[in-house]
Design a protein around this ligand. Structure first.
Ligand code: 5GP
Length: 114
């Protein structure tokens, strides 16, 4: 069996994370190496490796992630705006093969990203 990703281990409670939001379908926690004053990772509990692996039956769960992101942004008072980013595959720099959205806020974010 394939080794669990670090995010699956967080879902299963095997390693700690600073969780800021959780519901039946998703989890949001602080990134261990923040790239901005607020840097959250939002993941589905369902194991989906990346955007490239999203299937039609995942649509409801993936859509739900955005409702959760909005709820988290409101909870944390990210009124100055925030950026939602997902890396997919080698050239993007994706390190963890469990679909996740980065939520970045708290400073002026440059564009385009590097
Ligand atoms: P990726 O490069 O795959 O888009 O982003 C993976 C993110 O997960 C990185 O920003 C990295 O800092 C974060 N990360 C990696 N391992 C851990 C961990 O064990 N705990 C937490 N909270 N974040 C992690």
């Amino acid at each position: 069996m394939a080794e669990k990703t670090i995010f699956k281990r967080i879902i299963d409670g095997e390693i700690p994370a600073k969780i800021v939001y959780e519901d039946e379908h998703c989890l949001a926690f602080e990134d261990i190496k923040p790239a901005a004053p607020t840097h959250l990772i939002v993941i589905p509990k369902r194991e989906i490796a990346s955007v490239d692996d999203v299937k039609p039956e995942d649509e409801a769960v993936v859509g739900h992630l955005f409702t959760a992101i909005r709820a988290v942004a409101a909870k944390l008072g990210l009124t100055g705006g925030y950026r939602v980013v997902t890396n997919c595959g080698r050239d993007s720099g994706q390190e963890v093969m469990h679909l996740h959205f980065h939520v970045l806020a708290g400073r002026r974010l440059g564009w385009p990203p590097g």
